[in-house]
Design a protein. Structure first.
Length: 502
């Protein structure tokens, strides 16, 4: 019970660490200067010219030679690019895993491509196990990183890099006009830049990460993230909102009601604070954990073994499974009705031949004698033969009562994703962490006011599992002098303790 009553995290999500992978490219440029002098056969970039393909600048670039690419790379758009299954195979937030065509075979493939984000330390995807101090970067409202001190304190000299930003809008990859050094273009007014915040369960949380604040829609977040909500450790001035231990504590002053933003808007300072059921809430870009809305499989790539399950417009990320034992207690391992490849698990297929050909490559190209893995897919291997992929029928863990309550207020112990799924502002009914584990918590609606008095469990609400809530007493370690004595709480099981799904 202590875990629920004294929860002080910023936001708990089922998540797993995703280390950045430094993936090298090897491009055969051999006689570029000489070849660029030959006449082209076409004026369209990508068309063949004498000895190569026409580049965007009008030069004739030599043909990409796949034999000269590093293992795990393919020739796509006349470049050696890393083959991928999800963004986890690419370099942090600066690359996306996108569809392409293999120049050699003509097959559809997925490869890592730069997306217009500058590589900034302390920003997207940065672990913050030691707290907010590790999230040093800030971002514009559109999710692109800021650097108001660029070019030696003269950010006006930081101009978009025409090569890196070609065909990418927006793009904040820049170079200082003074000396050509790389810089980050700030795409908004300096006053609009907001610091990244640490999404964590507390000091030492291995699953913590830095995230941008004050988003209004998913498009303002990096790939694999969505615009969600988290409680903040500040009180709302003149009310009890934010005073519960689950909201956390802060040395910052209380938030004046005039600072609250209307739904779908930011306040005059560009912030998205709003009154939640128990705490003041803020809009933040969060990793798409199970039950986050999605439109395609790669939306769910921030965590391993997730796919986008459901009909168009009503689909959520869910975890793959083979049996119910691999799911949480409120979930059932359910057939999805489609197939994907075993290794390249976001690739849909009908037969094995639809799966991409993978190679056994070093996990870290800088350590060629180190651990090997299939690229794409990430499965450990010792030879290319270990990477033969197969097309599998897929099952996923699906909450028995759905991801969210059908209507507000959320019923007792109904599955939820955010506090607003459970209750209106000031209602005290919020989305609580009611069990599971650090990497796989279980969430359900709970009334933090302990409003219902009782003398027996039969007088307490019934959970979707069919179990009555517990009537707290000495059996549960609650003394008669406690404010929650003879109050209804979560169902109790002698083996599992307090849980909505005994």
């Amino acid at each position: 019970m202590t875990r629920l009553l004294a929860r002080q995290d910023v936001a708990s999500t089922r998540r797993a660490a995703r280390p950045l992978r430094w993936l090298w490219r090897a491009v055969a440029l051999g006689g570029l200067a000489a070849l660029s002098t030959f006449a082209a056969c076409s004026t369209e970039p990508g068309e063949k010219c004498v000895g190569g393909k026409l580049a965007a600048d009008g030069s004739c670039a030599p043909l990409c030679d796949p034999s000269k690419c590093l293992p795990g790379n393919l020739c796509v758009d006349n470049q050696c690019l890393v083959q991928c299954d999800t963004e986890a195979d690419c370099y942090g937030v600066v690359e996306d895993c996108v569809a392409g065509v293999d120049d050699t075979t003509g097959k559809d493939v997925n490869v890592c491509k730069l997306n217009g984000h500058a590589a900034v330390g302390g920003g997207w995807d940065k672990s913050c196990a030691f707290g907010q101090v590790e999230c040093a970067a800030s971002s514009c409202p559109n999710g692109f990183e800021c650097d108001v001190a660029a070019c030696g304190g003269h950010p006006e000299l930081c101009l978009a890099d025409p090569v890196a930003c070609a065909g990418k809008t927006p793009c904040n990859v820049g170079r200082c006009s003074s000396d050509g050094t790389p810089c980050t273009v700030t795409l908004c007014a300096a006053a609009e830049c907001r610091p990244f915040t640490c999404i964590t369960d507390g000091s030492g949380d291995a699953f913590s990460y830095c995230a941008a604040t004050d988003c209004l829609e998913d498009s303002e977040c990096a790939t694999g993230y969505y615009c969600g909500e988290v409680p903040v450790p500040r009180e709302l001035c003149g009310s009890n909102v934010g005073s519960h231990p689950r909201c956390g504590t802060s040395l910052e002053p209380c938030i004046d009601p005039s600072q609250l933003a209307a739904p779908g808007t930011r306040n005059a300072a560009g912030e998205t604070y709003f009154e939640g059921p128990v705490c003041v809430e803020r809009r933040v870009c969060l990793k798409r954990n199970p039950c986050a809305d999605c439109s395609n499989h790669r939306d769910c790539a921030a965590l391993p073994d997730q796919l986008c399950i459901g009909a168009e417009g009503n689909a959520q990320c869910q975890t793959l499974c083979a049996t119910d034992a691999q799911c949480l207690r409120d979930e059932t391992c359910t057939p999805t009705g489609f197939k994907t490849c075993k290794n390249a698990h976001t690739t849909t297929c009908a037969v094995d031949a639809d799966c991409p050909a993978a190679k056994c490559a070093p996990k870290d190209p800088a350590i060629p004698d180190g651990p090997m893995q299939c690229a794409p897919g990430g499965t450990p291997c010792t030879a290319d033969a270990d990477c033969a992929d197969t097309c599998l029928d897929r099952n996923a863990c699906v909450p028995n009562t759905g991801c969210r309550p059908a209507a507000l207020p959320g019923g007792f112990c109904q599955h939820c994703v955010a506090d607003s799924d459970c209750g209106a502002a000031g209602s005290n009914v919020a989305c609580a962490d009611v069990g599971g584990s650090l990497s796989q918590p279980e969430y359900a609606c709970f009334d933090y006011s302990f409003e219902i008095s009782c003398t027996s469990a039969s007088q307490c609400p019934t959970a979707p599992s069919g179990a009555h809530g517990a009537c707290l007493n000495e059996t549960h370690g609650v003394d008669p002098g406690s404010s929650v004595y003879h109050k209804c709480y979560l169902p109790f099981d002698a083996q599992d303790g307090f849980t909505c799904w005994p």
